[in-house]
Ligand binder design. Structure first.
Ligand code: 13P
Length: 250
């Protein structure tokens, strides 16, 4: 079974308000052109979620992170309810930059995932190994450990998308080969099948992220278990992002 592709642009901490509105409007155009064929999403900086959502049309809008707390004395944090009210229908959870630079360990990732789901947000759970782990032959141990850490307490996978983003391929221009990516995606799907059953695993989208561009998207997205892309740098260029979305349609 081939799942409908999902391509999400993660803008990270880039751009300004004008760029956010322009990129969101461009995402709306490509989402409309590929309606029913490819699902398109954007993940803007939180301060521009509301403006971006206003012009994003049928492109889905996701937060880049969300609090594990429902509310209260958590200075600087944004709750899932706040993000929803600003127009987000989903959130990234466990991006490697948050794991590396904001101290988010598996326990925090699991709490954020639980809170987001209870709040009705779709979750894109990010997993991926460091270069050291890959070189040590520990890729699948790391990825399966992150899946276990985040998903152990769940009884079903509805509302969850997985993004495999090898840390060594993020922002480096060094992309996993389609074979390297497919190997991990297949392992992720088998892990999901063992834990949640074949049907749930077959219905879950697993995205690849790490230096995806218009020029390499088609080869990656043609792999059996690669169901879309989580795009960083290239999503800041509307034409490049549209080219990746179109490659997902092929
Ligand atoms: P790049 O596409 O810039 O490598 O970033 C990938 C990523 O981290 C998306 O979440």
């Amino acid at each position: 079974m081939k799942r409908r592709p999902l391509v999400i642009g993660n803008w990270k901490m880039n751009g300004d308000r004008g760029a956010a509105v322009r990129l969101a409007a461009a995402a709306a155009d490509v989402a409309a052109a590929l309606s029913g064929v490819v699902d398109v999403g954007i993940s803007p900086p939180a301060v521009w979620l509301e403006r971006a959502a206003a012009v994003a049309g049928s492109a889905r809008v996701l937060a880049q992170t969300s609090s594990e707390h429902t509310g209260g004395a958590h200075t600087g944090e944004l709750s899932c309810a706040m993000l929803s009210e600003a127009g987000a229908t989903g959130t990234l959870v466990g991006h490697s930059e948050r794991r590396q630079f904001n101290g988010e360990d598996d326990a925090v990732v699991a709490s954020k995932l639980r809170e987001a789901r209870e709040s009705g947000l779709e979750v894109v759970l990010c997993v991926g190994e460091s270069l050291e782990a890959r070189d040590a032959g520990a890729t699948l141990d790391v990825v399966e450990g992150q899946l276990e850490g985040a998903l152990a307490a769940l009884d079903q996978l509805a509302g969850i998308v997985i993004a495999y983003e090898p840390v060594w391929a993020i922002g480096t221009g060094r992309t996993a080969t389609p074979e390297q990516a497919q190997e991990v995606h297949a392992a992720v799907r088998s892990w999901l099948a063992r834990r949640f059953g074949e049907a749930a695993a077959a219905a879950t989208r697993i995205l690849y992220g790490g230096s995806v561009k218009g020029s390499n998207a088609a080869a990656l997205l043609s792999c059996a278990d690669i169901d879309g892309a989580l795009v960083g740098g290239a999503s800041l260029d509307a034409a490049e992002f549209a080219a990746i979305c179109r490659a997902a349609a092929a």
